[in-house]
Design a protein around this ligand. Structure first.
Ligand code: ZN
Length: 426
């Protein structure tokens, strides 16, 4: 750990702060009597990162204090983040938690905006001139009524929108837009959650100017994999949930050593941090599936929330690789009619679960896989655990010795079809 810190410090000294690429903190865990999924960016700027992690920690403490552990509890942190011109960090954090004793889930959030050059957090007054405030308020009002008229407190709206800049600390921005947010009950009924309105930044004569850059559109990836799978020999599909992570590529490389590929069910809010890794996956013939945007418990969502989670992840994967996933895997393995009825994607489960989230030792995981492995099986692993990578290194040579081919879920379907047709023909 100290070595890692030293390397990071050296990098910092050599390159200056701004060029270290932001990373993503990711924790998905349901071993501790609750369903926990926490994601937020790490910018390598201590002031900013501490503020963010302290905010999340405090929210978690409040939740833990108010709701005793229960296997039905869920705590989720999602985010929207942009680093603009290598100078401005703009982050929206969204907290969601629920427990069986609660009538409604708690939805909360905060925004953090930071200027790396001036080394300070930004207020709205740093971005928009004061004389634009009444115009901004009128735009916000118009947008709220247009987008959220079903739940806005219409009569009190003028009063609630107020007349001072301090009112609006909950905002983010990018080179084009200013996004103003409202907590539940600020200006609307609580069930509408956090409201967002987007205002064209140019119309507000911003005090900061941006380098005009356009985000490059990536060329779609073409798979270079042209391997042939022999349907007369055994096949097995390894699938990986909760990534991408720092181990994803290494896992894919282990499979590649045996001329194999796998299926990776990714969490959408992490995709931007691993664009190149996802492209390498596709290039090497691996399949990418959809595992929600923020790993909230899918089967408990409303249909609208569910579709939104799926669509946002489809979009991110398409942006990064040019390929649209054709499969989803429900979070926490929990299936219901909501999922079945509200997606055209193939819902893909598994039939070998070595429980790599529970067993912390690669040998145990490997043993559990090998004891259940047989032709046509689908194995569930998580590419967020180093031990799962180590387990694969034990398992693959063993299975390869017995003639196994390591295939994606789509290849498995194809093989099954070929076998069915050839058995009909014979
Ligand atoms: Zn998962």
């Amino acid at each position: 750990m100290r070595r890692v810190f030293l390397i990071i410090t050296l990098l910092f000294l050599v390159t200056g702060c701004s060029s270290i690429k932001p990373k993503v903190y990711s924790k998905i865990d349901n071993t501790n009597k609750e369903y926990l999924s926490v994601h937020y960016p790490i910018t390598n700027n201590k002031v900013f990162d501490d503020k963010v992690s302290n905010y999340v920690e405090n929210k978690y403490k409040t939740y833990k204090k108010n709701f005793p552990s229960s296997t039905e509890n869920e705590f989720n942190v999602d985010f929207k983040y942009k680093l603009i011109d290598d100078r401005y960090d703009s982050l929206l954090l969204k907290i969601f938690y629920t427990a069986p004793t609660m009538a409604h889930p708690v939805v909360d959030g905060e925004a953090f905006n930071y200027d790396r050059k001036e080394k300070k957090f930004l207020t709205l007054g740093d971005i928009i001139p004061k004389d634009k405030f009444s115009y901004l308020t009128s735009q916000i009002k118009q947008e709220l009524l247009k987008k959220h008229s079903d739940c806005i407190f219409k009569e009190e709206l003028d009063l609630l929108l107020g007349s001072s800049f301090e009112k609006y600390s909950f905002f983010t921005f990018d080179n084009e837009k200013l996004y103003i947010y409202f907590h539940p009950y600020d200006v609307a009924a609580g069930y509408c959650g956090i409201l967002e309105v987007a205002i064209d930044l140019k119309s507000l004569s911003p005090l900061i100017t941006f380098d005009s850059f356009e985000e490059s559109v990536l060329e779609p990836v073409i798979s270079k994999n042209s391997r042939v799978i022999d349907p007369t020999k055994p096949v097995i599909a390894f699938t990986f949930d909760d990534g991408p992570s720092n181990y994803t590529i290494e896992i894919a490389n282990v499979l590649k050593n045996y001329n194999g590929s796998g299926t990776f069910f990714v969490v959408g809010n992490k995709v931007n941090f691993y664009k190149n890794d996802l492209r390498t996956l596709v290039e090497n013939g691996n399949e990418i599936g959809n595992h929600s945007f923020n790993h909230q418990w899918m089967s408990r969502m409303s249909a609208k929330e569910f579709k939104d989670q799926i669509d946002k992840t489809q979009e991110k994967v398409k942006e990064a690789t040019g390929v649209l996933p054709t499969r989803i895997r429900p979070t926490y393995g929990s299936m219901n009619d909501l999922i079945r009825k509200n997606t055209n994607l193939t819902v893909s489960m598994w039939n070998v679960d070595p429980k790599d989230w529970k067993y912390k030792d690669a040998k145990t995981i490997a043993k559990r896989i090998l004891s259940k492995a047989s032709d046509g099986k689908v194995v569930l692993l998580h590419d967020t655990h180093y031990r799962s990578l180590e387990a694969l290194k034990i398992v693959l040579p063993e299975l390869a010795k017995s003639g196994y081919q390591f295939v994606t879920l789509s290849e498995l379907d194809e093989i099954e079809l070929i076998r069915k047709n050839s058995s009909k023909a014979s």
